[in-house]
Write a protein that binds this ligand. Structure first.
Ligand code: GLY
Length: 549
């Protein structure tokens, strides 16, 4: 009797423990960050601790986009509360509206994407510090240490990264704005151990002094002196004044889900809510469109035209302009925007006006911890390897985020996005972004955590990952690998698409008048909760790694 009572009690205790111990998952852009994020959570850290450690690791092992010299957005869902940490770069105090125009008023090619003048004031270290102050549980130094070690001891250079470095180095050859990329990266060879001693020393200062290890003291002086030496703009004042901000995420109902996503200065959150809502409105009461069929691509391309017309006119830094977020995501407004879409005809690009009266890089990771908290984090130095400028003595690459401002009204930036007054350069202003870290909730619980790099194409990668998982029931891996497409108003009637759309679909779309541009974009990292079981997917074409444990 006593024995059987003990057995029942043990079973009860074990099953209770089983219920408490939920799975965790990471979907990361490389194996180094995936392994460190997993280890941090196995050491008792939460999703935010893992995200901070991963962010610093990526600054070492994914130099084309991981960074301490750039910025990003971290969407946190913790203890049923959502928060959005905006650590986007800012224009330097000495920046001005016409800084990329020549004497004739034309945009100077390359100046906002390569070299010393292309960088905004970095926000990453301040962002991680704020995230840690608000949500971290493990000591800060334990979260930075893995990155210090990888920079000091080195890591084995993969063929993909070595190839990428070599192509970028070729791209900089003979460019008059290039500064010193080869001095730091020319030695990177496949299979060799790649060490970054200056970066290790900078990371050690950040580990030991926190935020001040970057924005004050030795590192700040190195940055400011380097800038002054090369006629750059970022000063010690710029660094001392930089602040990461906690903002209210956009929260919108879509079907039975609550979508938590990125507010301005991201354009992505408004865009994906418009896109998903317009898709439902245009297909309501009709037979479900076949995934990646010509009508499916067309209807979403038409929605995209309108989304990007609004982006160009209304969106910018909310600390400088009033962004009409509520109006732009109002379902009635979105219905009006989609009212003239024909299922068989392309609309005339020039007639699509804003309705109320915008090699890509960046990188993303998604994390869910055993308590059901989630982090969706997208971080960037803009194009691959940012400005191509390494801060000498501090060993990190600076961003070329200034190109995300509108250099001149109506002139497209490197992503083909146009903009006007809302996104013109002003000192301390944050440039408009397309980064769209997103978390979809169902009944208050995490259902999908997703995000991607890719400039303006980020928005399409994110909303299609939501449709793929929730509308088409794909697994996380299928959803990130399914061929996808992107349309953004300009260039006119052009659909960019991944290999894998069928030849019949491509020719049907061409017949409708679309110009079909086959070039891959994005690198989705998505976690899905499927009835209490986690799935994680990182795009097979990249260097990513996802783990459920
Ligand atoms: N630099 C890409 C973006 O923020 O949209």
């Amino acid at each position: 009797m006593k024995n059987s009572l003990m057995l029942v009690l043990s079973i009860l205790v074990l099953s209770a423990c089983g219920e408490q111990k939920q799975q965790s998952a990471v979907a990361m852009p490389d194996a180094f960050s995936a392994d460190v994020a997993k280890q941090i959570m196995q050491d008792g850290g939460n999703a935010v601790d893992a995200a901070i450690a991963a962010q610093f690791v990526l600054a070492v092992t994914l130099p084309e986009a991981g960074n301490i010299g750039g910025g990003g957005f971290m969407l946190v869902y913790k203890d049923q509360q959502a928060d959005f940490i905006d650590y986007r770069e800012q224009a330097p105090l000495a920046a001005h509206r016409d800084m990329y125009l020549d004497e004739q008023g034309n945009v100077v090619p390359y100046q906002s994407v390569i070299g010393i003048l292309s960088s905004g004031v970095p926000g990453t270290v301040a962002g991680m510090w704020l995230a840690h102050e608000k949500y971290g549980t493990l000591p800060w130094k334990d979260l930075v240490e893995p990155a210090v070690k990888l920079a000091a001891d080195g890591f084995v250079m993969s063929e993909k990264l070595a190839g990428y470095i070599s192509r970028y180095s070729q791209h900089l050859k003979d460019n008059k704005f290039a500064v010193n990329f080869d001095d730091y990266f020319a030695s990177a060879k496949t299979g060799d151990v790649f060490r970054q001693p200056e970066l290790a020393a900078t990371l050690a200062l950040i580990r030991d002094q926190g935020r001040d290890g970057f924005y004050k003291g030795k590192t700040a002086k190195i940055i400011a002196n380097f800038m002054a030496h090369h006629q750059g703009l970022i000063s010690e004042d710029d660094l001392a004044q930089y602040e990461a901000k906690s903002r209210q995420p956009i929260s919108a109902k879509w079907r039975e889900y609550q979508v938590l996503t990125s507010p301005p200065p991201s354009s992505g959150g408004i865009a994906i809510i418009q896109w998903l809502t317009m898709y439902d409105q245009l297909t309501a009461g009709k037979a479900k469109l076949e995934h990646n069929s010509a009508p499916y691509v067309h209807v979403l391309a038409e929605a995209g035209k309108r989304v990007f017309a609004d982006r160009a006119e209304y969106l910018g830094d909310p600390d400088f302009i009033k962004v009409p977020v509520a109006e732009l995501i109002n379902p009635d407004y979105i219905a009006k925007r989609g009212a003239d879409i024909s299922m068989d005809r392309i609309s005339v690009t020039e007639l699509i006006k804003p309705g109320l009266k915008e090699s890509e890089e960046t990188t993303h990771f998604s994390i869910v911890d055993k308590w059901g908290n989630a982090v969706s984090n997208t971080t960037t130095i803009n194009l691959g390897f940012g400005s191509g400028v390494v801060v000498e003595g501090a060993g990190f690459l600076l961003n070329d985020e200034m190109d995300d401002f509108s250099a001149k009204p109506g002139v497209a930036n490197v992503f083909g996005a146009v903009g006007g007054e809302a996104n013109e350069i002003q000192p301390k202003k944050r440039m408009l972004s397309s980064m769209t870290p997103t978390i979809v909730l169902k009944d208050g619980k995490v259902s999908v955590v997703t995000g991607s790099p890719g400039g303006t194409t980020i928005i399409s990668s994110v909303y299609t990952s939501i449709l793929n998982t929730l509308e088409f029931g794909m697994s996380a891996q299928e959803a990130v690998d399914a061929p996808r497409f992107h349309h953004q108003l300009l260039p006119k009637d052009t659909i960019r698409y991944h290999q894998g759309l069928t030849p019949d679909v491509v020719s049907a779309l061409k017949k409708m008048g679309y110009i079909m541009d086959n070039s891959r974009f994005g690198d989705l990292h998505t976690i899905v909760d499927r009835d209490g079981k986690l799935e994680a997917g990182s795009e097979s074409s990249g260097r990513g790694k996802s783990i459920v444990f």
